[in-house]
Design a protein. Structure first.
Length: 473
């Protein structure tokens, strides 16, 4: 069965890694891959035989976006079946199936079975509805045998090539054993599982041998990593030590840190020059009373300690965090404690989300609810914080030379006299690189040195870039 396999990925970095892994499986079987998101202006493409949508359920808005994309794919790919997987698919199978007969659904806990599909599709020739029906019959068998909360084939979708990213990523842990009152991800993902340390090391060495300059270590909850090693297990600190000892040049970027695991030992390992000075910390609130109602496994003192240790062992690291505004019962005083924490810990950037009550979670019925107008106002204050903080951080590196990886996410912008490329520095500055049109361009994934100039103005920004820089020889 020849044709194009199209991917749409929503939500977290982990979903991106898994989509790359599924794409690798289809590519290795001889299928053509498309990973550029479609829009309302995209033309119809009858050569697409299967669309795979990897969904998120972190908020109601994420689910709305997934449904919109599913309906768009049904229009833009009129001959294709649409396979919906990921967290939203895990929690709302029947709802998604009701959208259209060309839709099939495989819950996120079972998405590893996608690796079996390329060989099945090559042996058969289906129309869109026939393929969706065939897949759903296969998936019914998977659901019948599934053990609730247990992730099947958790590491089956580990990519050996990257179609949409220039920096490699590796999933080393999935699922979560916490009982946070607001979180639907733990319900959708299931219990924590970890990739054996030997397998992690082997895969990173393979990436290094292929010439990748950087690997992003991705997890759901890095604090719960427990990988088999020799006769026992290692936690993330032990794994990072092993990775540094068994590789020579590849850089490591940690996708997310939980504050309770950042101790002196981990911070001293992070001090290695091959660990990128960019850390995203899962925080959620600066108020202990809110953290307690959220049932987070730490209090604000752990966040202060983690930031202090990271800044002690890394010079001027980029510190980012997640913050939820409007959690039930959050007062102005609670939110002011969050603002105070951001300033005192020196966070560069905040990923801010308004509270979204998720069915099945304890917080769904918590009261008192915070009005959307109040939650939205707090979001806007965090956005204002971001603008000032990020610009100040970029400006503090003006005139300095940093390592960066050239990216292929954004197509080069070609002008009459120059070309603009995108690159990400070790401390996560997204740079516009300006080249004379006659100059040979670096390949995606290439490690280069860039001279940082200044923050970009809004009118100058292309894609995610917010920093002007130049390559230096």
């Amino acid at each position: 069965m020849a044709g194009i396999i199209h991917f749409e990925t929503l939500g977290c970095k982990l979903n991106q890694v898994e989509s790359e892994g599924a794409a690798s499986a289809f590519k290795n079987a001889g299928f053509e891959i498309s990973m550029q998101p479609l829009s309302a202006s995209s033309p119809e493409n009858s050569s697409v035989i299967l669309c795979i949508v990897n969904t998120c359920t972190v908020t109601a808005k994420a689910e709305q976006k997934a449904r919109r994309i599913i309906r768009l794919l049904l229009i833009k790919c009129p001959s294709a079946a649409v396979l919906v997987t990921g967290c939203y698919a895990q929690t709302a199978r029947e709802e998604i199936l009701s959208i259209n007969a060309r839709v099939s659904v495989l819950g996120g806990q079972y998405k590893g079975h996608i690796a079996e599909l390329p060989s099945l599709l090559k042996e058969n020739n289906f129309s869109g509805i026939e393929l969706a029906s065939f897949l759903n019959r296969k998936f019914d068998g998977i659901y019948e045998k599934a053990v609730p909360g247990v992730i099947e084939n958790a590491f089956k979708l580990l990519p050996d090539a990257f179609f949409h990213h220039s920096r490699a990523s590796l999933k080393i842990q999935d699922g979560c054993n916490n009982v946070c009152t607001y979180c639907a991800i733990r319900l959708a993902r299931g219990k924590s599982v970890s990739l054996d340390a030997e397998e992690v090391i082997s895969r990173v060495k393979e990436l290094e041998n292929k010439g990748f300059a950087e690997v992003v270590i991705t997890t759901v909850n890095i604090a719960q990593y427990r990988g088999k090693w020799e006769s026992g297990t290692v936690n993330f600190t032990g794994l990072l030590k092993l990775l540094l000892a068994n590789t020579s040049s590849i850089r490591f970027r940690i996708s997310s840190l939980y504050p309770e695991i950042v101790d002196e030992e981990l911070a001293s390992v992070i001090a290695d020059k091959r660990v990128c000075p960019h850390f995203h910390i899962s925080v959620q609130s600066g108020s202990d009373s809110v953290l307690e109602r959220m049932k987070r496994p730490y209090r604000i003192e752990a966040v202060y300690k983690a930031c202090s240790l990271l800044k002690k062992y890394k010079e001027k690291p980029f510190l980012a965090c997640d913050i939820i505004t409007g959690f039930p019962g959050e007062t102005d005083d609670d939110f002011n404690l969050t603002l105070k924490m951001l300033e005192e810990c020196g966070f560069t950037f905040v990923h801010a989300f308004p509270f979204s009550a998720r069915p099945g979670t304890e917080a769904y019925k918590m009261r008192p609810m915070v009005p959307n107008s109040v939650s939205g106002k707090r979001i806007r204050l965090l956005e204002e914080y971001n603008l000032k903080s990020k610009a100040a951080y970029i400006s503090s590196f003006s005139g300095k030379v940093l390592d960066a990886v050239c990216e292929n996410v954004h197509s080069p912008k070609v002008y009459s006299d120059r070309v603009i490329l995108h690159a990400v520095t070790d401390n996560f500055l997204h740079c516009q690189l300006i080249f004379p049109k006659t100059q040979k361009l670096p390949l995606p994934g290439t490690l280069v040195k860039v001279l940082v100039r200044r923050p970009l103005e809004k009118s100058e920004v292309t894609g995610e870039s917010d920093t002007l820089a130049f390559i230096v020889s």
